[in-house]
Design a protein around this ligand. Structure first.
Ligand SMILES: *[C@@H]1O[C@H](CO)[C@@H](O)[C@H](O)[C@H]1NC(C)=O
Ligand SMILES: *[C@@H]1O[C@H](CO)[C@@H](O)[C@H](O)[C@H]1NC(C)=O
Ligand SMILES: *[C@@H]1O[C@H](CO)[C@@H](O)[C@H](O)[C@H]1NC(C)=O
Length: 194
């Protein structure tokens, strides 16, 4: 009888030790833990950064930087090119000339998403290659009615120096070539990040 009780107590003790060990080691198959922001260097105050650059969308010639990848049967008869999907890898430069100093690329998709006006769904990453932002990216998801003076698109996140970024991008057409369809667009991006 006494032996059975001590075996039972021993078992209870062992199982308690095992579960305590589990609770104290975050790597023992635990799915989520709560961290203090210091752990990731996120206790500092957020900065507000303004980035200004020019976006070159080249659709004509031998080396286009944006190409159509899909269209609907009705796209060609639609005044707003509804259903057209373009993939871009557009250079970003510090000044409006294409020969100006490169600061990154705009990589993603713009797709005609309105049946009544030329308005694109923009899904893109700005991949920066300049200075302290070299290797960092910002992600944009927004609506771009290209004939409006200023188009504002949300910055939904980022990586590297732009982890936890949020903000907005304002686009203004700087130059549009009616013959070729090539465009230079001024971007002003305002982001909060750590
Ligand atoms: C639409 O027009 C483009 C370019 O002019 C042409 O290449 C394409 O075959 C046309 N597509 C349809 C579905 O008519
Ligand atoms: C950006 O980083 C890459 C890879 O680390 C490096 O090769 C390149 O020279 C850097 N560019 C600038 C402008 O600092
Ligand atoms: C940003 O995008 C580049 C591609 O341009 C990628 O190689 C890099 O890993 C991304 N940076 C971060 C910090 O995730």
């Amino acid at each position: 009888m006494a032996a059975t009780t001590s075996i039972l107590l021993l078992c209870l003790f062992l199982s308690l030790t095992v579960s305590l060990a589990h609770a104290s080691t975050p790597d023992a198959g635990q799915f989520s833990t709560t961290l203090r922001p210091e752990k990731l260097g996120l206790h500092r105050k957020e900065k507000l950064t303004h980035l200004k650059f020019y976006f070159h969308d080249i659709v004509s010639g031998r080396n286009p930087t944006a190409v159509p990848v899909a269209r609907a049967a009705m796209t060609n008869t639609s005044r707003s090119l509804f259903g057209l999907v373009n993939m871009m890898d557009d250079p970003l430069t510090v000044g409006p000339k294409s020969s100006s100093r490169p600061v990154g690329r705009a990589q993603g998709i713009y797709a005609s998403a309105s049946q009544t006006e030329l308005s694109f769904l923009m899904v893109l990453n700005f991949a920066f290659t300049e200075g302290k932002y070299n290797g960092s990216n910002l992600s944009v998801l927004g609506r771009n009615s290209v004939f409006s003076g200023v188009r504002e698109m949300p910055v939904v996140g980022g990586s590297g120096a732009f982890r936890f970024a949020r903000g907005y991008a304002q686009a203004r057409t700087h130059e549009f070539d009616l013959k070729t369809g090539d465009a230079v667009v001024e971007y002003n991006v305002y982001v909060f990040h750590y």
